[in-house]
Design a protein around this ligand. Sequence first.
Ligand SMILES: *Cc1c(COP(=O)(O)O)cnc(C)c1O
Length: 228
Amino acid sequence: MGIAERYEETSREVAAICQAAGRDPLAVRLVAVSKTVGAEGIAQAIEGGATDLGENRPDRLMEMHDRFPQVRWHFIGNIQSRRIRDIVGRAALIHSLHEERHARKIDEAAREQGIVQDVLLEVNVSGEESKSGTAPDEALALLRCCEELRNLRAVGLMTMAPQGDPQAAREAFAGLRELLESLQGELPPERREGFSQLSMGMSEDWPLAIEEGATLVRIGRRIFSDAF
Ligand SMILES: *Cc1c(COP(=O)(O)O)cnc(C)c1O
């Protein structure tokens, strides 16, 4: 099976899991994480129907955005101040904001471009030291900072679950959903619908994430590696 077929199969499975979980398949977006393949692999995913692709390095985002401008690009990597100008505007959605100083820089770069940049707040739900993200009890302060900025719009939360432990992954996903609900309660009613995205679930655990309410799943190896 090639990349196009694996994309199609994954997309069908996402819809099937949604159905089984009693969720609308249109409410979950599949982000194909293409960081391990070249332009040829990306072209195959697009042929298979991919509309949303994710990259974790600014140089790759720039290159692939320019080659495939029709794609909705997602930035899922570590944010560095000096690369923020390269990401803003190219990424339809930045999944990995977890520092106030970066929020301010993204806002500034977006203002210069005359756009509003959508972002997700990355939260370290499991508390693993190796993971980036804001602590759950600091997410409200970060959200309040974002709400002050006019050219940045926080649209939800993102997390990475512990790998290799399905129960721990499910708990992390459920924890992110609960945090989203509690943060929505802090926002004015008219902002709640716009702060409702949950980016969670990767190749090993995406079905659990959908069951727990994911609206964006980020899948790499399941689509791009024939060894997975
Ligand atoms: C690489 C990556 C993914 C995809 O992981 P797979 O296990 O290959 O599906 C998802 N999210 C982030 C943040 C990543 O860096």
